[in-house]
Design a protein around this ligand. Sequence first.
Ligand code: DWN
Length: 411
Amino acid sequence: MACGDCKDAWICGACGSPRVESVVCLGDQPLANGLLDDPDQTPVRYPLHLVACSSCFAVQLTRQVPPAVMFGAYPYFSSQSATMTGSARELARRLTAERDLGTGDVVLEVGSNDGYLLRWYAEEGIEAVGVDPARECAEVAAGLGIGTVVDYFGPQVADEYAGVASIVHANNVLAHVPDPATILDGIRRVLRPGGLLVIETPWLVPMINQTQFDVIYHEHRWYWSLAAFGRLCTEAGLYIIDVERLPLHGGSLRIFAVPDGAGGEIRSSVGMITALEQATGLDSPAGLVDFGERVKTRIIELTQWRKGLAAPVAGYGAAAKGTMMLSQIGPVDWVADSTPAKIGRWLPVGDIPIRDPRTLVDEMPPNCVLLAWNFADEIAGKASGYTSRGGALWTTTPVPALVEARNAIPA
Ligand code: DWN
């Protein structure tokens, strides 16, 4: 499936090298979160082509869609997931204790969304500053008492907050930015002496090992290994001292870094992750050589599987990854999602309406494909009314399988 960039000679967006190799082309695709208010709208499509740099091993898209086009009116609210807010609460409380944070400290988050993380610092009386361009998300955060700089983080914001932050968080944002080096430089300037940077970002290893092609979409300009991301941190004067593996979003890394010269022992975790990347060959483009073929095979297999499901077939989770999955394997009849900003709209592929999850029990379609497979446990609990009445809730990842029923939790 050729895309508009297939013919080009590419330049690495991280290091400028022309030694860029194709990994997989997914054709010209709409923006994964570019939901429609009218099913007759024709969404703009952009090339979706994944490549890898042989010089710095940054795995990336060939095309940078303007951030204002993707994040201006952004329908994604992290607090729709108790899994996400629970993880954020645990981290905030842990760091507050470990770093003895108090009223004299400032915590700043790049990509603060709806306050899902900063709320837990504010609860402890710690000054929390959000930075996020999505006005709708900032309004929700304001309801939680979190002030947000409604803008993209960059040199100007870094100047305004230079040297003030005891902690900077950047969760699920360093994959999204056009120029990660500039962001990291700005973060270093915002950190006060002795400050800590905590980054969470999806990790290349599970994406490749599980052939997660649906997480490849225009918002995700970068697909980080610790090897490639570590190079950027070093160049920005940041020093990775610890790494944790998280199950979030199909498998992520939580990376802890301090400004150069701050010292701090490097935990063994950094070496373990590095060794794992080397063992799987994912510390260089050579490890990606068969990924493209595996993606094509997986799409064929999932398309056949989807065709075998008795109609009508619903989806659960109008997720960005859901748009990409359905774009490749074929549509479902409608998608359940609890996000108020999404209900009543349509996915940008396949004329697929987004409905309140209660519709599942009202209509009892025989099959429901869990498009937000990364939240299988949480959604299985919310869909228990559907599955307990005989509805079949299917995950696609790592392979198609019925989702194990869970005790009911409120949707
Ligand atoms: O990087 C990104 C990740 C962090 O989140 C962003 N670029 C966009 C977004 O990706 P996504 O849309 O694939 O993420 P989620 O969090 O997997 O999307 C889940 C969808 O499912 C949301 O629309 C909310 C919905 N949902 C629901 O309806 N009921 C989620 C849960 C947990 C639920 O119980």
